[in-house]
Design a binder for this molecule. Structure first.
Ligand code: M6R
Length: 609
């Protein structure tokens, strides 16, 4: 949802801004731009399209200067074009702003400013900001920004530079993330950590409505009332190599191949691998809380919603606690029926998804205990939750989530085993049995990843189809939904996920030989039911690709193609069955020449409604 980068120091700003924009491009890539301040002039270069296009423009004529801002856009107000691209200017080219978020009252502000004589050129909501700051500017840059933000309704992360006070960047946030990076004689501003890692790992997370005045030697941060704050500097332990492609063609492929490692990371410290027991000291939630939970409500968006759905099966099976699962975007506008004995689990890789954050706040109002499962330390959701379980996936750059998905599943398994132990819904031998199998999952994942050549061949055959149906039953139903989402979001092929038993209630009408079906059919308790569903599909001349258990002799006589996954416990199949579906989607999209890491119209973290 737009990426912001800022630099102030003694180096040339443009290369640093461009490098930052490339690292933030996953947040939006409709248009890109930079502004550089030198000799009391601000030069702006911006264009429709990706950062590579901006880089080409800058190769010919890059503005010189040591202070600058950059922006990569995911369009909300105003279509992607050169004029709507950020940065935006006030009337006299003296105040320049980059913005991530939505200014909800921009129409009324714009009308007022036009009456005051301001001249607007873009269709964006953002453009009101430089004009508003211009109109509130009476000698003090920070104060002008502070007074202007008081008039803003909506969400924002902003960076502002001005020729009237040229040695500063003023920045603030409300609802969209913003981080300050601390260097030696230089300072940085960014929407996310990866953009800063090459320069510094010392960062300050700005909180809601705080305003930072950044010079090359440091930063002063005030709250919205003007009180000076002394904020903690956090050392980030992510290495620079973690945000490189490391020889893979795309981040998505690299991230799929990191799944073995992230599953191990999630076991580490939470499960004692020799005794095969849980390590409660490293697990979230006070014991009393766990004992008194009457209901769990899991809230999330997109793929995280599908892990939440799998979580329902896992929690209900292992703990007997009733679980409700909701899209955050639906939950937030419904009558909230949660109470003090309910546990709300918010799942969000980025920790910044606007709808999930709003759902969290609704749960807070209802008095429920809030547990966040997120990947990003310092993210809004991690800061506002009562407890956080980090999903330990490391930076995920590909817009389509892969390793974060399996990491979230791992957390849900471990958490529900912990609840089962505390509430004694399983005896220790049953817990031990699941843990013994869980710790074998990384080796099983390695076996699946070795099947990549087979999946590449399958992509050759399947990439020419325009519609797919994905079927799964029981705990693999959410994986059918995720498999279909992966294919559609990166290859733009229409794909629908369905509960296998529901197929005959409608979707079967679609099927013929042009409409392949991907079925998840492990040898679990609904195996024979799914086999019957496959037979119903085959009776319509449809091509079937099955994800089945190694050693299943029957499936090859029924399905046309099979990808085998290792045998495991019924409840653990999702973490294995999703991986071939991720690889399948990746190779189809790559074969079709799609921009796998940056699919059209999408952004990695959706910080607007
Ligand atoms: O950061 P979050 O987990 O809150 O993001 C939720 C969705 O936006 C995300 O999962 C989205 O659906 C991805 N494109 C899926 O690959």
């Amino acid at each position: 949802m737009c990426g912001i980068i800022g630099y102030i120091g003694s180096k040339e700003a443009v290369p640093i801004l461009l490098d930052g924009l490339k690292k933030l491009e996953y947040r939006g890539y409709d248009s890109a731009g930079i502004a550089v301040l030198k000799d009391n002039k601000i030069k702006i270069v911006k264009c429709k399209g990706k950062v590579a296009k901006l880089e080409n423009l800058l190769e010919k004529d890059a503005p010189k200067g040591n202070i600058g801002l950059g922006h990569t856009r995911w369009a909300t107000h105003g279509k992607p074009n050169d004029i709507n691209a950020h940065p935006h200017n006030g009337c006299n080219s003296e105040i320049v702003v980059v913005h991530n978020g939505i200014i909800e009252n921009y129409m009324s502000l714009r009308e007022r400013l036009i009456l005051e004589g301001h001249n607007f050129i873009s269709e964006t909501d953002t453009e009101v900001l430089p004009h508003l700051i211009e109109s509130n500017y009476h000698n003090d840059f920070t104060l002008a920004v502070k007074e202007s933000l008081k008039e803003i309704e909506g969400s924002y992360a902003i960076g502002v530079i001005s020729t009237r006070d040229p040695g500063k960047i003023v920045a603030s946030r409300c609802g969209s993330p913003l981080i300050i990076g601390i260097g030696e004689g230089e300072m940085f501003l960014a929407s996310d950590i990866p953009a800063l890692l090459i320069y510094t790992n010392r960062v300050i997370f700005l909180e809601e409505r705080e305003i930072a005045t950044i010079t090359k030697d440091g930063v002063e941060i005030i709250n919205s009332k003007g009180k000076i704050l002394h904020k903690k500097v956090i050392n980030i332990d992510w290495g620079e190599e973690m945000i490189e492609k490391s020889g893979y063609k795309h981040f998505m492929l690299k991230e799929i191949f990191q799944e073995t490692m992230v599953i191990r990371n999630n076991l580490e410290g939470r499960i004692n691998l020799s005794t095969k027991t849980l390590q409660p000291e490293n697990l979230p939630l006070p014991l009393d809380r766990i004992k008194e939970i009457e209901r769990i409500s899991i809230l999330a968006c997109g793929s995280s919603y599908y892990t939440a759905l799998a979580g329902k099966y896992i929690f209900e099976e292992l703990t007997g606690i009733p679980v409700e699962v909701d899209y955050s975007s639906e939950f937030r506008y419904r009558k909230i029926l949660l109470g003090k004995k309910d546990l709300a689990i918010l799942i969000s890789q980025s920790g910044e998804t606007a709808d999930t954050l709003a759902a969290l706040r609704a749960c807070r109002k209802a008095g429920s205990y809030i547990l966040a499962l997120t990947n990003v330390r310092g993210s809004a959701i991690s800061r506002e939750a009562d407890s956080v379980m980090y999903i330990k996936a490391g930076p995920e750059i590909g817009v389509a989530t892969t390793k974060a998905f399996v990491s979230q599943l791992m957390c849900l398994y471990i958490l529900s085993l912990y609840f089962a132990q505390v509430r004694k819904t399983l005896d220790l031998s049953e817990i031990n049995k699941i843990i013994s199998e869980l710790i074998k999952i990384p080796q099983m994942v390695e076996i699946i990843l070795l099947k990549e050549p087979e999946i590449i061949k399958l992509s050759e055959e399947f990439h020419k189809y325009h519609n797919f149906l994905y079927l799964g039953r029981g705990i693999n139903y959410p994986i059918a939904l995720e498999g279909a989402l992966k294919l559609k979001e990166i290859s733009y092929i229409h794909a629908e996920g369905y509960a296998a038993g529901e197929m005959k209630h409608g979707p079967i009408a679609l099927l013929d030989k042009t409409f392949p079906v991907v079925v998840i059919v492990p040898q679990d308790k609904v195996y024979t039911k799914v086999i019957n569903n496959i037979k119903e599909v085959k009776a319509r001349d449809t091509l079937v690709l099955a994800i089945a258990t190694e050693g299943d002799k029957e499936i090859i006589n029924i399905a046309d193609k099979v990808i085998y996954i290792p045998k495991t416990l019924d409840i653990l199949y999702p973490i294995l069955s999703v991986i071939p579906l991720q690889l399948f989607a990746y190779h189809i999209a790559d074969r079709l020449g799609c921009d796998v890491d940056k699919p059209r119209n999408l952004a990695k973290s959706v910080t607007v409604e």
